[in-house]
Design a binder for this molecule. Sequence first.
Ligand code: MLT
Length: 238
Amino acid sequence: SALQLPAYFKEDRQQTIIVVDVLRASTTITTAIYNGAKEMIVVEKLQEAMDYAEKGYLVGAERKALRCDFARFGNSPYEYQPEIVHDKTLVFTTTNGTKCIERAFSIGAKKVYIGGIINLEQATNQLLRDNNDIIVLAAGWNDTIGLEDCIYAGAIAEKLIQKGAIIEMSDGTFAMRELWQIHGQNDQDLIKYIANTEHYKRMKKAGVVGDVPYCLTQNDKMPFLEVRKEMGKYLCRM
Ligand code: MLT
């Protein structure tokens, strides 16, 4: 879980944390910025998001896979179309993904990035340039495991190895990499595999399962965003 992950965290090694919530928060943040939003302010608490909405900000808010009534958007990447978000400051809160961003900073990460299947290519290039230790903070659901986020960790390991990085192979990395090698070789296989997961079922019940193929499809154009903490705010921008 997000709370247990700091066991892997070694403060003296200045680690990078990749926050990943493949379905769907990290995919949606990445898409909104790619589609031209000026920035996204990420907040953990609903009340904070409501306060921003009252001040006139465009707010995206999701709980239990559904859009919150007060918000303009939910957590579907398709809602954040260029003509709506262009040059706008957005505010965003989700059930699990956004709170992991705050946690990543609170445990002292040197750098925090937003990872997803959609931005794997740009992620690996950036991580090779940074050359830091990496922790994947998998959002999951209410501090339980989410297979879609675990398989992402395997994908990152595999792609870094393919590009020549030397990886210290923990049992966790080994297991996640195998998951990716078996189920992540093409988009269709991956979609079929992820259809077995708890979150897929949750999304199906909420009627939002149409977002899944997009969230599981790699796109070399999608940016790997660094989150910055500025004046107490968590900001994602290009
Ligand atoms: C989350 O933050 O828990 C998710 O992104 C949930 C969702 O799919 O809306």
